[in-house]
Design a protein around this ligand. Sequence first.
Ligand SMILES: C[S@@+](CC[C@H](N)C(=O)[O-])C[C@H]1O[C@@H](n2cnc3c(N)ncnc32)[C@H](O)[C@@H]1O
Length: 288
Amino acid sequence: MDPAATVPHVHVGATSDLILTLAGDEAAFTPEGRALVRVMLTGTDPQWAQAMARTHRHAVPHARLRKWSVWQFLLRLADEEPRTVRQLIVPGAGWSPLAIDWLATNPHARAWELDIENVEAKRALVQKHARGVAPRWRNRPCDAADPGAVSSALSGSGWDATQPTTWVMEGLLYYIAPAAAISLIRTALASHPDSRMIAEVGLPYDSIHQPAGDACRDYHDQIARAIGRDHLHTHQPTELAAACGARVEAIMDPATASRLRGDSPPAFVHPLDSTQRVVLLAPAISLG
Ligand SMILES: C[S@@+](CC[C@H](N)C(=O)[O-])C[C@H]1O[C@@H](n2cnc3c(N)ncnc32)[C@H](O)[C@@H]1O
């Protein structure tokens, strides 16, 4: 049965329930993050998410491998350019424990989350269940499709725009139209020449092997219908980066991630078995 048919309309914030339901404990990398995942999973209403997870089996390894890929890129930046990861901004953070994980691992880091939904509820959970890192964590309501709103939400929040920042956008660009996505990435990377962005993008469905491309389109169409949109947005990472004045420093696909993790059997064998890509972007030119 089409899970979207059982729930006529859900808010876009429910897509965050979906990712947490799919990734479960693998959404987090520290005891602090895992503790938060457990209370968030019981504190929300994941009915639609559970129905989607049952219907789309590929979605579980996708969610887990993308979390793992984002975390590897953060570790790589911490190793190669530690200044860039002392400030983390996570637009479309949803229920993700990523910022809490990062703060728990990096005592000098600070993090800001932005979202249009569930902001107050997440703040209450972080303050109650991640007390050790909560003073270095902020979240703000903000429409990330409006770069002006992003700047205003961050101003006066303690973010130091004169210092490098790593922006993480996971599962967000599907919901933001291309022109606004370009503008958001430009604004983010313009903050400092050493800033970085880790972004998940979905490739166009017909650019990968079939039937995997069709399965992904079907999954995305069901999400789009449930939240009252025509479709979700896809991108070619190098074209997107070029349009933003950015360069792709690294790119990870689920087949490579699965192999590097030593998954047996791997969930994906060939890079073109999945539309999912996690890219690490840097400013290519002065964007200021
Ligand atoms: C698929 S969830 C991903 C959540 C989280 N980043 C993760 O990967 O676990 C998408 C999130 O983006 C948020 N979102 C969608 N459109 C947004 C917008 N225009 N501005 C800010 N957040 C948005 C939703 O509310 C939701 O929390």
